[in-house]
Design a binder for this molecule. Sequence first.
Ligand code: G6P
Ligand code: MG
Length: 223
Amino acid sequence: MEIKGFIFDLDGVLVDTAHFHAECWSEMAEGIGIKLSQSDLDNMRGVGRMDSLEMILRHTNKQYADQEKLKLAELKNQCYLQKVNQLTPGDELPETKTFLEKTREEEIKISLGSSSKNAKLVLSKLEFNELFDAICDGTDITKSKPDPQIFQIACEKLELPAQQCIVFEDAEEGIKAALAAGCCAIGVGPKDSPAFRKAHYVIEGFEGWTPKQLIKNLKQTFS
Ligand code: G6P
Ligand code: MG
């Protein structure tokens, strides 16, 4: 197994925006009388905007017309944008920038693989754009994770077969998508998280890791 590409999810992997999504969905849901539990919010991690909304609306018998659904999604997005607009360089998760820079030095190609339509804005707030060879976001896909589409497109953009790419993900739906695409899947987050049951490897974060060491450890788990 020769690894030539890294594909990074954004929210919850490179930057702690996953809780912005959760806070804004909670607020929007409360506005229509729905109280979301922590596990509802966890299950929505990595899921695209309209699919997330559908998950919320399963909590009510009330029928919403398409126009109303778009309005609700827009309300949530306005809340999210307010938070994202306050991000500045340095707000990324610890050592993610160093890890991306080392990845480039080792000539491993880098793509983003995020379902978010706001991904480019977040990257620009962090001044991360130039670290990426390719960007795949919510504007590239028609099917949300756990569908493999986003990672298949990322591999195509990197011109690499899926088996040569590692996906970094914080969400169970993302791990499923990575595996379905045929990529190697690394969970980023608590080692004992059930979300990572199927992941090939788990790291708590990027602190203390170099791409070389990570690939070495991964290979050892396969041998
Ligand atoms: C990411 C996040 C999800 C979010 C989705 C769509 O995958 O993990 O929580 O719902 O992107 O984000 P957007 O910014 O397009 O609403
Ligand atoms: Mg994520």
